[in-house]
Design a binder for this molecule. Sequence first.
Ligand SMILES: C[S@@+](CC[C@H](N)C(=O)[O-])C[C@H]1O[C@@H](n2cnc3c(N)ncnc32)[C@H](O)[C@@H]1O
Length: 477
Amino acid sequence: MLPLHLSKRFVQRCFPPANRLLTSATTTTTGDRRSSSPNQPPPPPIQVLLTESAGRGVFATRSIEPGQLIHTAKPLVSHPSISSVDKVCYLCLKNTPKCSEFQVEKVVFCSEECREQAKGFYEVEKEADWSALIAYCRTRGLKYPFLAKRLACMVISGVTSAECLDILQPARLSAEMISQMEEELCLLRGAFEDSGMNDKQLTFLNIEWYAGVLARIRINAFRIELAANAYEDLLALAAASVESEASVGNAVYMLPSFYNHDCGKTLYSSGFYEVEKEADWSALIAYCRTRGLKYPFLAKRLACMVISGVTSAECLDILQPARLSVEMISQMEEELCLLRGAFEDSGMNDKQLTFLNIEWYAGVLARIRINAFRIELAAHSYEDLLALAAASVESEASVGNAVYMLPSFYNHDCDPNTHIVWVENVEARLKALREIEAGEELRICYIDASMDRDARQNLLSKGFGFECNCPRCMSND
Ligand SMILES: C[S@@+](CC[C@H](N)C(=O)[O-])C[C@H]1O[C@@H](n2cnc3c(N)ncnc32)[C@H](O)[C@@H]1O
């Protein structure tokens, strides 16, 4: 299952003698080009070693440039989210039309290759009736039992071993969690038994196995959100996130960590609303609602702030802009038309609106696209948490979940130097966010890093069971 260049050599490198120290990363030659043959890509410039206080971690074996692709990783196991089952490839999670020529009963595959590869588990899976397990998970907003189901099918069909996740760190489980898992296991085993499997085939499928697998999935599973490639994808993602209850709005910041109460007062309590309330925004709202657009509202607010004089038309110029395609600009022209129209109808004159041309609007949108944060308020009550969980389960932005080997060794940092992205399918891409020196630990962020320290610590402690000791948390930021 691992990519070729991560196979044997990777396994040897990944598991050095347990007492190997942090410092050995700086002296190793792993990752240099001496060992690579002309036909093989060089091994990734990383090594798994023991850290001082966070168990194993991934370290750079040479310096890495910002934006560089460090390595890719194929999953050990993956599964589409329930709402995406008929929209994405049942194996690689690539967006796939319902009427794909590779449709097999209720599921779709993106290619003959995926359909062939999936045969291992799918031949077993399709014999059983999963409706009880699906109903159980749907009402409780559970997604991980589907990963366990797929893994069980892979074990039964012989394409993987029952112990394949054992190397990963497990979460600590409470008595409550185990009793919930007993119910899930009952439904899983029941479905297999009803499909005619015998006890011998299901020997491994006991509570020790199931709880061990779920404990590892809990800490190591990634929620897959495909990065948008096309403008249509962006529209779909925007629509999904606009609909999602989890997001309460969007904002662009300059230096979020220096953003303080006084700044907030200046920006938000004066000026723009006097301008905004004079205009009728219904056409813009209707336009954005049907297309699932949210950023025009940020542009509208910015325009009101410029008109009322609380900010300058160039205030976002310092931020990095996204590259815009011709299609995007023509869509922006329509939005601008509605925006300008609303101001003009409210009695604004040309002089007041001089700045409001397509150069300004496209420049602002290009910056918002890269720099806007989607604001999700931390949940305050159990009901809030349930609502957030339900929203995230339903959200179209996530196409599924997967567990990987190498990415599971990356520790967390609230100010990470590496990030994990999915472009087209479940294959993960680990990329450097800034320049990384040889010997430096590579860390990704497990959560939304824009939250304050207490909220981050709380989430990491509840969700992953550890107290974050990254430099940002240590400095109380
Ligand atoms: C996905 S695993 C990362 C690899 C793990 N260190 C190992 O040895 O397999 C997540 C676990 O690593 C540890 N960890 C990750 N980031 C950490 C951090 N910032 N502070 C403390 N512990 C951390 C915690 O034990 C956490 O549950």
